[in-house]
Design a protein around this ligand. Structure first.
Ligand SMILES: Nc1ncnc2c1ncn2[C@@H]1O[C@H](COP(=O)(O)OP(=O)(O)O)[C@@H](O)[C@H]1O
Ligand SMILES: [Mg+2]
Length: 351
């Protein structure tokens, strides 16, 4: 258990700002998920905290102590890499024992710790196998065991589930969360999957071009995205860019016949209307749905069956250019149906 603080981290690779003034404060025993598209600097951030990157600027503190220049093996931080790279020629036992041997534990201590971690992760009985004799999920657990057996102060996980199929991914997600809570491990969890991040994290940070754009608890990130990028990145979204207009000093933008007021700071020539496919409702054209603040009309122009609901492409009516939006609904409509799309005020973001 430990706190991790970074202040103004910078790392340049030529013209690329892999880290551009990254300051973070991770509370003891909490899980911070870092999300962002490929190339946003997530791995560089983790590698910096682990001690594998020579920073151009900034400081890293572990429990208040400046560790910026402490070599990786002296940081007591475990990093779990994107492709978990178990040593193929070594047995499971030796893979897990590796870090313990480096730390000069004796044979009995090593055996004791390995027994503890195998039990913790429910992978007893695999000790003598080679990685090639394990399923993807088992390999993942062994790699996790290897990272936590040394009882690190901080655990860094770089896209730990990206190599697994969807079902196992969901199960191991629960396991990592349970383990992290049980051991109260201070954890940084990098993923490009926003749903994974929201579900597992105490706090979520969103990275783009080496910068942290927003950091907050998952609900806050989901319900109050600070920027267009965050709003677009989190959730299945419709982002509609339109020209707005000013009337009596107030900015507006239209979607079909719907008139939306835009915040004063938007560029009126380039207004973005953002709402999630799951946060709208649709109904036949002549019907109303109580409790919604806005409506615009549209025509169903595409339909996908998703099992638990339908996903529709809706072409917005009363626009001179084709504007298509995606809406999810359990109501069964057909292509060509004229419908109303209903929205709630606090579920529509305008940037
Ligand atoms: N060792 C390196 N040499 C040159 N460029 C690098 C190196 N490591 C990362 N970069 C660049 O820094 C940026 C951030 O990379 P990375 O941290 O791996 O992003 P992410 O993990 O979010 O995909 C990318 O543009 C990447 O190409
Ligand atoms: Mg990466």
């Amino acid at each position: 258990m430990a706190t991790v603080v970074t202040k103004g981290l910078k790392k340049f690779y030529g013209d690329v700002h892999a880290l551009d003034d990254v300051s973070l404060d991770i509370e003891e025993g909490t899980l911070l998920a870092v999300i962002g598209p490929s190339g946003s600097g997530k791995t560089t951030l983790l590698r910096s905290i682990a001690g594998f990157v020579k920073l151009d600027a900034g400081k890293i503190y572990l429990d208040g102590e400046d560790i910026t220049h402490v070599p990786p093996e002296k940081r007591n931080i475990s990093m779990f890499f994107q492709n978990y790279a178990l040593w193929p020629h070594m047995t499971v036992y030796n893979n897990i024992a590796y870090g313990l041997r480096l730390r000069k534990y004796n044979k009995n201590e090593i055996a004791e710790k390995i027994r503890w971690v195998l039990q913790l992760l429910d992978i007893e009985g695999l000790e003598d196998r080679k990685p090639s004799q394990l399923s993807g999920g088992q390999q993942q657990r062994i790699a996790l065991a290897r990272a936590i057996v040394v009882e690190p102060k901080v655990l860094l996980l770089d896209e730990p589930l990206s190599n697994l199929d969807a079902k196992i991914r969901l199960r191991i997600r629960f396991e990592i969360k349970a383990l992290q809570q049980k051991l109260r491990l201070t954890t940084l969890y990098v993923t490009h999957d926003q749903e994974e991040a929201l579900s597992i994290a105490d706090k979520v940070a969103i990275m783009h071009n080496g910068k942290i754009l927003q950091i907050g608890d998952p609900q806050e990130i989901y319900t109050k995205p600070a920027t267009l990028f965050v709003a677009d990145f989190v959730g299945t979204n419709n982002v509609i860019e339109k020209k707005g207009y000013v009337r009596d000093g107030v900015k507006f933008v239209n979607l079909g016949k719907l008139v939306l007021q835009a915040p004063p700071n938007v560029d009126v020539n380039k207004v973005n209307i953002v709402f999630r496919a799951d946060e709208v409702e649709i109904e036949r054209r002549n019907e109303e749905i109580p409790g919604y603040d806005y409506r615009f009309d549209g025509t169903i122009s595409g339909k996908l069956y998703m099992g638990f609901k339908f996903r529709y492409e809706v072409t917005v009516d009363d626009e001179n250019k084709d504007i298509k939006v995606i809406v999810n609904s359990d109501k069964d409509f057909s292509i060509g149906d004229k419908i109303g799309v209903f929205l709630k005020k606090d579920k529509v973001f305008i940037f």
